[in-house]
Design a protein around this ligand. Structure first.
Ligand code: SGN
Ligand code: CA
Length: 540
């Protein structure tokens, strides 16, 4: 005979069902990985020893590749700061998320991946540089630099205390904030998303005392294209204003004292970037400034002695060395900070269930083609560093050559947290790549740069990049096409668009580029719309 359930039994069963649901939920939480997203600003892959040890050692950043995966063909969709961040947060190309350049505002009504993670129970925090002009949404905690921020004694916009000013070196402060949150605010019971975002090594490259002391004495190898004359490229390369000799400022960038500039009678149309150096001097405490002068003054005095006997080449070389000394010294502090955060995760046993990503908002020129800055579809700015570790999923020490983009972070992080990305996110899921399954991954990426006219005067262009070729269309006030053979011409010195031997490549890629524009919903109408926006805003 079957006995019907009594009320008590039913209650017991219900309770059991509830507890098992709770259990399942907490198991799921345990399984859902934490995400530590580390991004620096303008960090060239050429300055990470996991990629190349010609310039410097970055032992801590390298640890992520040693324990995980090094992506050798990671790239961005639009090589400039705020647009890259908008792409990362929304998983959409610039023409759809609307943040086409550094100046037009970000539409904060858009859904970003941190909001979705937060809604799904992730504890979220952001420290460092966002550079949006808006506060981030979906964060339980944030402390961000206003705009570009300062290297010394920075201000922060904070969720809880409003605007604050702190004494110290910004890279170290961002690391301390990050560690402090991990130690004191992180909840054990929830998975977390931690965005640890450095300002360094952004221009004007102002290092910490412990690093400038060492780096002002160093000499670095020159890139083979330092003296590029831009023959063989188009108008855009010739007219860009980012040449180390011509456009890098003597005072702001190279830290040459304005008094010496005046004494030597050096002329430069950009006023030598005096304001940047004066701004630094004003911000530094007396102790900071004294230490700075003790290290830099002898270098500047030595330059003063030599100046009149120096050729154009000598001056370019001096400026390049000064650039590298400060730029790389800024990275030394980032690397140390990354080491401290990785150590903490290890010590607390958090590493096992944490995905750690190291990337930059884009690449950067370290004297290649005679340039600094970014913006171009050419490799050094288009490609960006990407190192990822995820114990148990990513094989330690692996290398991935697929063409992944910053567009892919949002959908990937959502998938890592068992969330299905919104259908209008345009990136790919990188988890199969993490697992070593590359089949069927995209074989071409789409790129589009807009900020023209603007800083450094790099013309608007869009293009397609495959493993073998790069086809770009520069438009707006020019109508020029460029094709590079990436296998034969790794330095990208020769535009072969008009070479008869490449006509079938041109035809094929032109079609594929048009297909990509359709796929990602970009169009000539949109190109024109964004040009008109500049006109209406009085920016041309
Ligand atoms: C500033 C820099 C530029 C740099 C942009 C954008 N000039 O304008 O060199 O390209 O920022 O950088 S500076 O005189 O202020 O240093 S981004 O990383 O924010 O996109
Ligand atoms: Ca940047």
């Amino acid at each position: 005979m079957i006995r019907p359930f009594g009320l008590g039994t039913l209650l017991l069963l219900l309770l059991a069902a509830c507890t098992s649901e709770v259990k399942e939920q907490s198991n799921q939480d345990q399984e859902r990985p934490n995400i530590v997203f580390i991004m620096s600003d303008d960090h060239a892959y050429q300055a990470i020893s996991a990629y190349s040890d010609k310039l410097m050692q970055t032992p801590n950043i390298d640890r992520i590749a040693d324990d995980g995966m090094l992506f050798t063909n990671a790239c961005v969709t639009n090589s400039i700061c705020a647009p890259s961040r908008a792409v990362i947060l929304t998983g959409k190309h610039s023409h759809l998320n609307g943040k086409i350049d550094n100046r037009f505002p970000f539409d904060t009504t858009q859904i970003t991946f941190p909001q979705l993670l937060n809604d799904a129970g992730y504890q979220t925090a952001m420290f460092g540089k966002l550079h949006f002009g808006n506060n981030p949404k979906g964060f339980d905690q944030f402390k961000i630099l206003p705009g570009q921020g300062h290297y010394y004694n920075p201000d922060f916009i904070t969720k809880e205390e409003g605007r604050i000013r702190l004494e110290g070196y910004t890279t170290d402060i961002i690391t301390e904030m990050t560690l402090d949150w991990l130690k004191n605010e992180r909840r054990d019971e929830d998975p977390f998303l931690l965005m640890y975002l450095h300002k360094a090594p952004h221009r004007a490259w102002q290092p910490a005392e412990r690093h400038f002391k060492e780096y002002v004495k160093k000499t670095f190898p020159e890139p083979p294209t330092l003296f590029d004359d831009y023959e063989g490229r188009g108008t855009a390369a010739r007219q860009a204003e980012m040449n180390v000799f011509t456009h890098m400022t003597w005072a702001g960038d190279n830290k040459l004292n304005p008094e010496i500039i005046d004494e030597l009678g050096i002329k430069q149309s950009n006023n030598h970037g005096r304001r940047a150096l004066e701004g630094l001097r004003k911000r530094q405490t007396t102790a900071q400034r004294t230490a700075w002068e003790e290290a830099y003054d002898p270098v500047m005095q030595a330059f003063k002695e030599r100046y009149h006997s120096m050729s154009h080449e000598d001056l370019m070389r001096w400026k390049y060395q000064r650039y590298m000394q400060d730029y790389l010294a800024c990275i030394a502090a980032v690397d140390e900070g990354v080491g401290q955060v990785l150590d903490y995760l290890d010590e607390r046993g958090l590493s096992e269930n944490t995905i750690v990503v190291y990337t930059s908002d884009q690449g950067f020129y370290l004297g290649e083609h005679g340039w600094f800055d970014k913006r171009f579809i050419y490799d050094e700015s288009f490609k960006t560093p990407l190192l990822v570790k995820w114990p148990g999923i990513i094989e330690p020490g692996s290398i991935n050559t697929q063409m992944v983009q910053n567009l892919d972070f949002a959908p990937t992080f959502l998938r890592c947290a068992n969330i299905i990305p919104p259908a209008d996110m345009q990136g790919e899921n990188l988890i199969p790549l993490f697992e070593g399954k590359n089949e069927g991954f995209r074989d071409a990426v789409y790129y589009h740069y807009y900020e023209y006219p603007g800083a450094h005067m790099v013309k608007r262009h869009y293009g397609i990049v495959t493993e073998e070729y790069k086809l770009a269309h520069f438009y707006d006030d020019v109508d020029e096409w460029e094709l590079y053979d990436r296998k034969k011409d790794t330095l990208e010195m020769l535009n072969v668009y008009s070479d008869p031997n490449y006509q079938s490549v041109v035809e094929d890629l032109t079609m594929r580029l048009s297909d990509l524009r359709t796929k990602y919903q970009d169009s000539e109408d949109l190109d024109q719309h964004f040009i008109n926006m500049y006109k209406e805003a009085g920016r041309r």
